[in-house]
Design a protein around this ligand. Structure first.
Ligand code: NAD
Length: 479
């Protein structure tokens, strides 16, 4: 399957499609072969992109919110019209199934639509001082140029989740997608350009030298915001770098999502939910269920039913419409999953299905269900990012809550059980999101307000205003 003709393979810099200093290959994870090559941005390109973004930002911010909203609305309409191309590019370069790719493309459109609606509702606040003699007016203003760094697992949604609120707020952006999946971001840049985003407002640069790129960009004082989605390790490094520049950051990092099945859960529903929370996107989601904490009275039954469903998934290239489980992103990812499975089996976990590498080209790992997984094994403590479901039997609700919270991650969780009992368990979980009798929790509208924090690191949760406040600063005026 070839790249659609409309898909750009050059960078978007100040409204121009441009090359860089050399190129690097983009691999198809279903085959391990290159799809195409894209430019490697030079340090000059980084400076030019920031120049362009800084120049364009003031004029963009000065536009009436309604005009910014209309650009985003057109972007929504274009993503709907080009959903097939967008899905195909994602299936090609990321390996996700066409079904998952179409769902992501639809989800992408929702970010543009939601923030086209939010762009016209940027408010402020009026309060009285405690003495009652003064008034405090808080205005919201765009923060300026935002540097956006995105991961490969949802190459379209992670980009638009950052671009749409930034543009709504009146910011301009320099986006650097991860080198595994640059093509989706370039196609999104084209849709935004076609939607009327002015030159310089959206710049997308590609590189396989992320460290160099980011160090250059962060040392430019005109960058006022760093928005990063990716692994906790890289996030930690970036926070340190950002601190040197006293930079505003948003960090969306890794997860170790517990999927709790209570004694009184409907097992059919729980298995159905697990099929959404686990093998979707090959298990490569920050919101994926990482550990299944199942009441001991139903753990075996749950394991058997989940194994039957996951074992029946048809493995193949993302672009084949019959495929239900695509490849992992790269060889390193397969090695990492195999290593965690092997280490867990070595300390007592039992494989119900899978747990052995596949002998085929491309970066595949089979659907795997493990039971009797030790609580301190790699499976239970590290982010898996693959189609592996480790099942840990728990004694009671108390045991489930304690185990669920025994992690440094606090991103997503799932609870299956009766409403009253499920709610009681849900409110004790130290996480940003809980799916109660639901295996899918993401929704653009959930990004609103102070509670939508998804840094993924419970102990370091920062309660920041997500969106569009994410890209706004508050100016206080005492009158
Ligand atoms: P990653 O951390 O390897 O890369 C993410 C981004 O950081 C990419 O753009 C990459 O080029 C850049 N990067 C990598 N190394 C860098 C360095 N040394 N300096 C500067 N930039 C660097 O993450 P990934 O493997 O692409 O994505 C998977 C991770 O993302 C998982 O941990 C997953 O949980 C997380 N994730 C989180 C969310 C969320 O909303 N919390 C959403 C999706 C993915």
């Amino acid at each position: 399957m070839n790249l659609p003709e409309a898909a750009p393979t050059r960078m978007l810099l100040d409204g121009q499609w441009t090359g860089g200093a050399g190129t690097f290959p983009v691999l198809n994870p279903s085959t391990g072969e290159p799809i195409t090559h894209v430019p490697r941005a030079s340090t000059d390109d980084v400076a030019r992109a920031i120049d362009a973004a800084a120049q364009a930002q003031a004029e963009w911010a000065a536009r009436p919110p309604r005009e910014r909203a209309e650009v985003l609305r057109r972007a929504f309409e274009l993503t709907v019209a080009h959903q097939d191309e967008l899905a195909l590019v994602m299936a090609l370069e990321m390996g996700k199934t066409l079904k998952d790719a179409h769902s992501e493309a639809a989800y992408v459109g929702e970010f543009f639509r939601w923030f086209s609606e939010e762009a016209v509702r940027i408010g402020g606040e009026l309060r009285r001082t405690p003495s009652g003699t003064n008034r405090i007016l808080t205005f919201r203003k765009p923060i300026g140029v935002a540097l956006l760094l995105t991961p490969w697992n949802f190459p379209a949604a992670m980009a638009t989740r950052k671009i749409a609120p930034a543009l709504a707020a009146g910011c301009s952006v320099v986006l650097k997608p991860v080198s595994d999946t640059p093509l989706t971001a370039l196609l999104i840049a084209k849709l935004l350009q076609d939607a009327g985003a002015p030159p310089g407002v959206v710049n997308v640069l590609t590189t396989d030298k992320a460290g160099e790129f980011v160090t250059t960009a962060l040392s430019d004082a005109r960058v006022h915001k760093l928005s990063f989605t990716g692994s906790t390790g890289v996030g930690r490094t970036l926070l340190k770098q950002a601190a040197d520049h006293v930079l505003n950051t948003s960090m969306e990092l890794g997860g170790n999502g517990p999927f709790i099945v209570l004694e009184d859960a409907e097992l059919d529903a729980a298995v159905e939910g697990a099929m959404l929370a686990k093998p979707r996107n090959g298990g490569q989601a920050c919101t994926a269920a990482n550990r299944f904490l199942v009441h001991q009275s139903v753990a075996d039954e749950f394991a058997q039913r989940l194994a039957a469903r996951m074992g029946a998934l048809r493995i193949g290239p993302g672009t084949d419409p019959a495929t239900e489980l695509g490849p992992m992103i790269n060889a390193r990812a397969v090695d990492g999953i195999a290593d965690k499975v092997d280490r867990s089996v070595a300390v007592g976990a039992r494989a119900v299905i899978g747990a052995a590498r596949l002998d085929r080209s491309g970066f595949f790992y089979p659907a795997t269900v493990l039971t009797d997984v030790p609580r301190d094994s790699a499976m239970a403590t590290e982010e898996i990012f693959g189609p592996v479901a480790p099942i840990i039997p728990v004694k009671d609700d108390e045991d489930a809550v304690k185990l669920a919270n025994a992690t440094e991650f606090g991103l997503t969780s799932y609870v299956y059980g009766s409403l009253a009992r499920g709610l009681r368990v849900a409110e004790r979980l130290e996480v940003g999101m809980v799916g109660l009798n639901r295996g899918l929790v993401s929704d653009p509208a959930a990004l609103r307000g102070r509670e939508g924090v998804r840094t993924g690191m419970r102990r370091r949760l920062r309660r920041h205003r997500r969106l569009p406040g994410n890209h706004l600063r508050g100016d206080r005026l005492v009158v």
